[in-house]
Design a protein around this ligand. Structure first.
Ligand code: HEC
Ligand code: HEC
Length: 288
């Protein structure tokens, strides 16, 4: 039998700080609808009041991907929601389970008392509704030539050819779902080895997930360490060939783009800002 969520508890869980072990953070604290579903701060403040080791990625269009996190450590959205380091099974049951409305609504959906597994399933179901589309780029692709400026149209051509972006940011969601080393953070003494921490494979050292570029203009700073503040900075970084290191992807090399070509690329990236159902990002009223 397919489970459905007739009530809106999944969304409330996403907003409710009682979800965390300390009662101080909710999903929405680090994945803000008003900032491209990430955090305006370079690093978010976690349940213990400490900065997170990596930057919070956007969580738009996650329904199109199985593996989650910058490293692909989590196999599904359910697993991500269940194993998030800001919560514990005990506190989820203690805090959320003591809210009568949650118990009632949970029972209606799952036919049992509120438990960590069901809470995670509900949150994952909500995250799947955060989908961005109908950007100027999509309207241009659908035949509306006026949807994208001349600059952005030139940027699209550069994105797909000279700048090699499409080798990794491929397909309708602008990601190959792969893990690549483009050199971000590799100039540090003890760099974050990214995907390697999961697979232990030599070639995965310093590799991180290729993020979607949809809504990218809404969510700086960029990269797994938030080290690049603007899209101009990102394009300049690729233009110089990333940061050299032993595991740098062969698809990252000096591009020799002119100033105008770099501006065109940025204009194109700006045309990927789409629409999300406004109901999805509207804060719910939380029960007492
Ligand atoms: C304290 C800040 C914080 C909170 C609270 C938080 N996240 Fe995150 N989230 C992050 C960070 C940081 C990462 C990246 C971690 C990594 O890759 O190592 C992340 C990664 C993710 C990802 C993976 C996205 C991708 O592109 O792979 C999803 C999905 C996600 N979070 C959803 C949630 C949900 C749902 C909740 C609540 C149940 C939540 N987060 C709570 C900071 C937070
Ligand atoms: C070899 C694969 C590859 C190529 C080629 C590539 N990217 Fe990326 N891109 C990535 C990966 C991997 C990341 C994340 C890296 C990290 O955080 O360490 C990323 C991150 C980004 C980000 C930051 C997104 C965010 O949410 O933080 C932007 C913007 C971006 N790329 C744009 C481009 C553009 C524009 C080009 C072409 C000039 C390009 N990329 C070429 C793989 C690639």
């Amino acid at each position: 039998m397919r489970r459905s969520f007739p009530t809106i508890i999944p969304k409330k869980f996403f907003w409710d700080k009682r979800w965390s072990a300390s009662g101080t953070v909710a999903c929405v604290s680090c994945h803000e609808p008003g900032h491209g579903w990430t955090d305006p701060q370079q690093f978010s403040t976690n349940f213990a009041g400490k900065p997170t080791p990596r930057r919070a990625p956007t969580i738009i269009n996650r329904l199109f991907s199985d593996l989650q996190l910058w490293t692909g450590l989590r196999a599904s959205l359910e697993e991500q929601a269940l194993k998030d380091s800001n919560r514990t099974d005990e506190k989820v049951v203690e805090h959320l389970g003591s809210v009568p409305t949650y118990q009632q609504e949970f029972r209606k959906v799952f036919g049992r008392e509120l438990d960590p597994d069901g809470v995670a399933k509900a949150i994952a179901a909500y995250v799947r509704t955060i989908a961005s589309g109908n950007s100027p780029y999509d309207r241009y692709r659908a035949g509306d030539n006026s949807a994208m400026s001349a600059e952005a149209q030139r940027g699209l051509a550069i994105f797909e050819s000279k700048a090699l972006c499409v080798r990794c940011h491929a397909g309708f969601n602008f990601t190959d779902e792969g893990y690549r080393n483009i050199g971000v953070g590799m100039d540090k003494d003890n760099p974050d080895l990214g995907r390697h921490t999961v697979t232990k494979k030599e070639e995965d050292k310093g590799a991180f997930k290729t993020p979607t570029l949809r809504d990218v203009a809404k969510r700086g700073p960029y990269m797994h360490d938030g080290s690049q503040k603007t899209l101009q900075e990102v394009v300049a970084f690729y233009n110089q060939g990333g940061h050299k290191n032993p595991w740098l992807s062969s698809d990252v090399k000096p591009l020799k783009l002119t100033d105008q070509e770099q501006k065109d690329l940025v204009a194109f990236l700006n045309s990927l800002s789409g629409e999300i159902d406004p109901e999805v990002g509207k804060p719910p009223t939380l029960p007492k």
